[in-house]
Design a protein around this ligand. Structure first.
Ligand code: F0G
Length: 458
């Protein structure tokens, strides 16, 4: 018999979590205005809101915390992080930032202006927010297959080269500061981009003279999928695949809270010294001096160690394997999910679960609330609430997919928790016919409403 994978670690410290009754949850979610971001973590049993900053650091990372150099300028921790970035991605220049959106803020302040167009594959909401905040436009060039959850495609994060070429050829070069490739593509379901696609995007970008940046939050999971699915890379190590991926990028923004397995941190990696110098001005203004940029020395140390751990095959096999474990359980129970299963999360197709709910009643958010009521499990809506309003017309945007994302923190929960989550979903699925009405927005912020929106039950 083939031996299954097993976690390449054992547990040295645990944190108690508490379950609650349905009556308690009914009250708490009402008090939270049916927005799961408003719940206290103590009101949640299994927290799958996000895999961002919620992972468990290793003993080696904690040891690195003790070695942190807190000097304002030129700390050894800065150089540890610099070496890790050079070794793993090949970039000579980098700026630390306090998290991913801060990296976007600094980079986009440097190169995005009003009227610009930024093509990419289903931009993440903070990325799109930072583009639109500057009165520029994010154009989604993801392949169509990504928007049908039932189609089996190994690289649903890929950019459609025809869509991209259309954007590049119909807009002046001065208005396209860069192309952004999100790896893995969070908004389309944690789906990977192939090296062939990265290469083709870079070739096209070169002919138009436009730089390519990777939004790299889950770059290691992307590399893992390449090893498993893309011909020619079976025998590469994950670190070799990552180096190959970044040959086709001019720079990167990173939320280190994901694939660097730290609780806080980010950075911008760059090839160009000129860009580094320009961006340094904004980094100093928004984040901090260029050798710490919003991060403590100890955090930079843990980040450098985390980058190394996250690019080991055994770690990724158990990490992505656990997500797959939950996904397969859901499929076994007949729950419609985005297929293939993503790298960091299982995405439940809410339109298929609640087909009769009109789009104005937010099926995925309704499902998120129902799952919380059922088992104290917290997921997050990736649908019309997140898609926000069109900045010009102020009309609601209804994306092709209404998804409930169950994001799995790294090295945090066991497969028993996954069993629990799948069973809770199954119970919700069994009473879906009785869920006849959804939610109505009663408060929303002018931009990025997702986090603070308030609802009323219809
Ligand atoms: N890019 C991607 C693809 C992301 O998923 C995120 C964050 C960011 C950028 C921004 O990074 O949070 O460090 O400022 N995603 C989290 C999530 C919030 O839950 O998916 P950040």
């Amino acid at each position: 018999m083939n031996l299954p994978y097993a976690e390449p670690y054992k547990i040295k410290m645990v944190e108690q979590i508490y379950n609650s009754t349905r009556e308690q949850r009914e009250k708490w979610i009402k008090d939270a205005h049916y927005n799961l971001f408003n719940l206290r973590s103590s009101q949640v049993f299994v927290d799958l809101l996000t895999d961002s900053g919620t992972g468990a650091m290793s003993d080696k990372q904690w040891a690195e915390m003790m070695l942190g150099d807190e000097s304002y300028a030129g700390a050894s921790s800065y150089y540890k992080m610099k070496d890790a970035i050079k070794n793993i991605f090949g970039f000579d220049y980098f700026l630390p930032t306090h998290q991913g959106r801060a990296a976007e803020n600094v980079l986009f302040s440097t190169i995005v202006k009003a009227g610009d167009i930024v093509p990419g594959n289903s931009h993440f909401d903070t990325t799109k927010g930072h583009i639109e905040f500057r009165n520029a436009t994010a154009v989604d060039c993801t392949i169509d297959e990504a928007f049908d959850t039932t189609i089996d495609h190994p690289f649903k994060g890929n950019l459609d080269l025809n869509k991209l070429e259309h954007v590049l050829s119909t807009n002046p070069k001065e208005n396209i500061p860069f192309i952004i490739v999100t790896i893995t593509c969070n908004s389309s379901g944690g789906q990977p981009v192939s090296i062939a696609n990265m290469k083709a995007v870079k070739e096209m970008a070169l002919t138009y003279g436009i730089p390519v940046f990777y939004d790299s939050a889950r770059f290691a999971e992307n590399a893992y999928f390449i090893k498993l699915r893309e011909k020619g890379y079976e025998n590469y190590t994950i670190k070799e695949i990552v180096r190959e991926m970044y040959r086709y990028a001019d720079g990167m923004t990173m939320s280190s809270k994901k694939d660097a397995i730290v609780n806080m941190g980010g950075f911008i990696g760059m090839r160009s010294e000129e860009l580094f110098r320009k961006a340094s001005v904004y980094n100093i203004m928004f984040e901090g001096f260029i050798t710490y940029g919003g991060m403590s020395g100890r955090d930079m140390n843990a980040l450098a160690q985390g980058l190394n751990e996250a690019t080991e095959f055994e770690y990724l096999e158990s990490r992505v394997g656990q997500v797959e474990y939950l996904g397969k359980k859901c499929m076994e129970y007949g729950i419609p999910i985005q297929f293939p299963i993503g790298g960091h999360a299982v995405f439940v197709d809410a339109k298929k679960m609640l087909p009769r709910l009109p789009k104005e009643e937010f099926a995925a958010q309704t499902l998120a609330v129902e799952l919380y009521l059922e088992g104290g499990v917290r997921g997050v809506e990736i649908g019309a609430v997140l898609a926000d309003r069109d900045p010009k017309t102020r009309e609601n945007r209804y994306p092709a997919l209404e998804l409930l994302r169950l994001a799995i923190p790294r090295r945090t929960y066991t497969n028993n928790h996954m069993e629990y989550v799948a069973a809770s979903l199954k119970n919700v699925a069994e009473r879906c016919d009785n869920i006849k009405r959804g939610l109505k927005i009663v408060y929303e912020a002018p931009i990025m409403r997702h986090f603070t929106v308030e609802f009323e039950k219809l």
